[in-house]
Design a protein around this ligand. Sequence first.
Ligand SMILES: *Cc1c(COP(=O)(O)O)cnc(C)c1O
Length: 430
Amino acid sequence: MKFYSTNNSQHKVSLREAVLKGLAPDGGLYLPEQIPVLPKSFIGSLSEQSNVSMALTVARNLLGGEVEEKELQRIVEQTVFFDVPVVEVENNVYSLELFHGPTLAFKDFGARFMASLLGYFSKSEKEEITVLVATSGDTGSAVAHGFHKVPGVRVFVLYPSGKVSDLQEKQFTTLGDNITALEIDGTFDDCQRLVKTAFQDAELKSKLVLTSANSINIARLIPQSFYYFFTLAQLGLKEPVVFSIPSGNFGNLTGGILAWKMGLPIYQFIASTNVNDIVPCYLDNGKFNPRPSIQTISNAMDVGNPSNFARMLTLFHDDYYEMTQMIKGYSFTDEETREGMRAVDKQSGYTLDPHGAVGYLGLKKYQTSHSVKGVFLETAHPGKFREVVEETLGRKIELPERLNNLITRQKKSIEMSSTFDEFREFLLKY
Ligand SMILES: *Cc1c(COP(=O)(O)O)cnc(C)c1O
């Protein structure tokens, strides 16, 4: 399987190059040149298969021939070793709990898959690989944990100072070793711009083997298609199922599109956002207007220029009509999000995190005019956003042990302005 750039379908590279480059030289994002439809017999027997076996079939389908079978199996096993339960919250409303991994958010899937894959590629690389990652919270922790102590790989996590929760910050500033946290005086968009600019800098590119672990990396994207299969394995295929995806950079939703293109019978996607509603607006009026992000309580989705939009367009062949048939978009204010969290807490005792709550609200809105079974992605454990959750629900929530242990650990970060020159000098000197 080769991978092409969304800016030029003639520009094709190997998986290794796509993963190491992150972004194509023309600024496009990589996609597999084909998305083979899986056999009906595979889809029909999902409920009889283990998560590892489903994930391995999907990975093989998209990476065919680029990774030795034994290694691919090892990579998949290191990615999906934790539970991925589908929990009934209300009649016809299910929560796909993606937060049972090491850092309690769905980004563990992409980060662990990419770390294992890069570890495999680095064996034949003479120089150390430098991974750059911009984060609004969860990416940084998942990537830091996934890559911690992977030989031959150094990681720089860029995050906006004061704009991530204390526990999130602890998750990527306390590891040390090959993980360095850069605390940027700016927004998430500034962090993302610094990373993107680094990839266009000739001197940096010639002196370092640079790659990005942001959701633009194809190695992050592919494992995000796995759990759509796991969900239908648990719910069965008898009735149509819609998925509501709380979105920021739209990696999760793009993973869903891949699963659908591989033949998984998904009836509808719902793109649920906070007030950073660039994609819902596009679905509404056909105009894509990126703009500076607005801070909200679902801060991992505070994205003003969703990077995976280019992939979504390409996967729908730039066909606006086709995209709007398959994806509906809704956005919600913080107040609506908090009301949703309180209502669910009261009615069913289920604790939503602010991101999952946006997904829940999108699903409920869709269901007011469609009587259909629906799943929302619960993308993080509520404990990761305990300040907001406790303040909203007016009660304490229990923290999982893994988070509790972090509270007393010492944060270590390097403070930096959001100017590219300073970042560039730092990388060259490091
Ligand atoms: C990253 C993240 C999102 C947004 O996911 P995208 O793939 O960027 O759309 C949603 N919720 C949580 C908790 C996240 O960490």
